[in-house]
Design a protein around this ligand. Structure first.
Ligand code: FAS
Ligand code: PHB
Length: 404
């Protein structure tokens, strides 16, 4: 067994783990990242595309913003189309100047991986963590295997950045951990194509045939989504079928402009709302998808991971720079306050924009649920206060600082 000593053991080389690792290294706090997959596999996952300003600021503080600044696009607004009638949410005007940045999670992950490699920071790929011990003590440890060799990492703190299916969350004992979950009765079929986006900004579409989203990665690469039944299989969706369905759900003008082409990625993602409380256990901190999942309708998943990182970065910096161990107790409460706001917004946008058919929702007949949510959306799109409510949550609520 090879023994590694570090201050912070980070499980997971997704955006949470990589961003935290860069920020801690900037403060001279030693850390090791342990990832069960290969770097290539991590980069192959096509996920988020919209960054809140808080996330952009963190990437800049980590010194990994060069490509984001060169290739990312700020978006001053987005469109919500209801049965073909579009309403623009003017983010900049409605939030006194705040905007979002369109830059793919894959690219962020690549930039963070490149920076970590350039700094020669210890990172173990193809190295699944099999055990966490003594998380609730002053000397926790993490065990992993790589290339048939066993490793023990002795550390001061563990950052569980290992996603929804990781090992960190189950390490919190059942009698302490409380999990909240809602599973939605449909999924998102996503398609990535090297075709010009259908519009300069994103278009969220509510349509009787189901929800659709026109997003993008660059001026030459587009990302589209269709609401599909959970029973659908991606093999049942040829590119041609996808494009035909998307044209039916997009507003007429966008449908006319749509340029189709071969998919370079196509997959179906289930939708769920999930939160684990608390987000910490002794010296173990859950970060990002390890602690919470949102339906992507509000573009919050990756952005909530970023605000968790911001809070843990504050905590660990204060511990090591100011010898303030007491502040670690603030982590879970601060993160969860913002997480639940993100959960609620994502649930609300999902309810308003998707078709629940005749399905029973919260013991409410699907048909009347659809009518009630249609009216809710109509109110929020056609009142100044309603638009501000959508806009200020879409750009992201403020991050919270530690109490002194
Ligand atoms: P991640 O899941 O990205 O990373 C966790 C890492 O931990 C993985 O690399 C995993 O291999 C590793 N790991 C797990 N167990 C381990 C173990 N035992 N040992 C070592 N390593 C281990 N968010 C948005 O904001 N907008 C979107 O449009 C959007 N679309 C999405 C689409 C899909 C299909 C999915 C699944 C998610 C989407 N998300 C979206 C959310 C997504 O972006 C997450 O919020 C983001 O990946 C969270 O990053 P991490 O917390 O780093 O978790
Ligand atoms: C994406 O580009 O993948 C994306 C953008 C906004 C969302 C969801 C997904 O709300």
């Amino acid at each position: 067994m090879e023994v590694i000593n570090t201050q912070v053991a980070i499980i997971g080389s997704g955006p949470s783990g990589l961003l935290l690792g860069q920020l801690l290294a900037k403060q001279g706090i030693s850390n090791v990242i342990i990832e069960r997959s290969s770097a290539v596999h991590v980069l192959s996952r096509i996920r988020a595309g919209i960054l809140e300003q808080g996330f952009v600021d963190l990437i800049r503080e980590a010194g990994c913003n060069a490509r984001m600044d060169a290739e990312g696009h700020t978006h001053d607004g987005f469109q919500i189309s209801v049965n073909g009638k579009g309403t623009r949410i003017d983010l900049k005007a409605l939030t006194n100047g705040k905007v979002v940045t369109c830059y793919g999670q894959t690219e962020i992950t690549r930039d963070l991986m490149d920076a970590r490699q350039a700094a020669c920071l210890p990172t173990y790929y193809n190295a699944p963590v099999s055990e966490i011990t003594d998380a609730n003590s002053a000397a926790p440890s993490v065990y992993f295997e790589q290339d048939g060799r066993q490793y023990e990492v002795n550390c001061d703190f563990i950052a569980g950045c290992d996603g929804f299916h990781g090992i960190s969350r189950p390490t919190i004992p059942n009698h302490i951990r409380k999990e909240y979950e809602r599973v939605y009765p449909f999924g998102w079929l996503g398609l990535l194509s090297d075709t010009p986006p259908v519009d300069d900004e994103l278009i969220y579409c509510k349509h009787p045939r189901g929800f659709a989203l026109a997003s993008q990665r660059s001026a030459t690469r587009s990302r589209y989504y269709l609401q599909v039944p959970l029973t659908d299989k991606v093999e049942e969706w040829s590119d041609e079928r996808f494009w035909d369905e998307l044209k039916k759900r997009l507003p007429e003008d966008a449908s006319q402009r749509l340029q189709t082409g071969p998919s370079i990625e196509k997959s179906i993602a289930p939708l769920r709302s999930f939160v684990c409380e608390p987000m910490q256990y002794g010296r173990l901190f859950l970060v990002g998808d390890a602690a919470h999942i949102v339906p992507p309708t509000g573009a919050k998943g990756l952005n909530l991971a970023a605000s968790d990182v911001a809070t843990l970065y504050q905590v660990l910096t204060r511990v090591y720079k100011h010898d303030d161990m007491g502040c670690i107790e603030q982590y879970s409460e601060i993160c969860l306050r913002r997480v639940w706001h993100g959960e609620r917004f994502s649930w609300w946008m999902t309810n308003m924009l998707h078709d629940f058919g005749e399905l029973n929702v919260d013991n409410t007949d699907g048909a009347i649920f659809n009518k009630l949510m249609g009216s809710e959306l109509d109110y929020f799109l056609n009142t100044p206060a309603g638009k501000v409510t959508i806009a200020e949550q879409y750009v992201g609520l403020p991050y919270e600082s530690l109490k002194d």
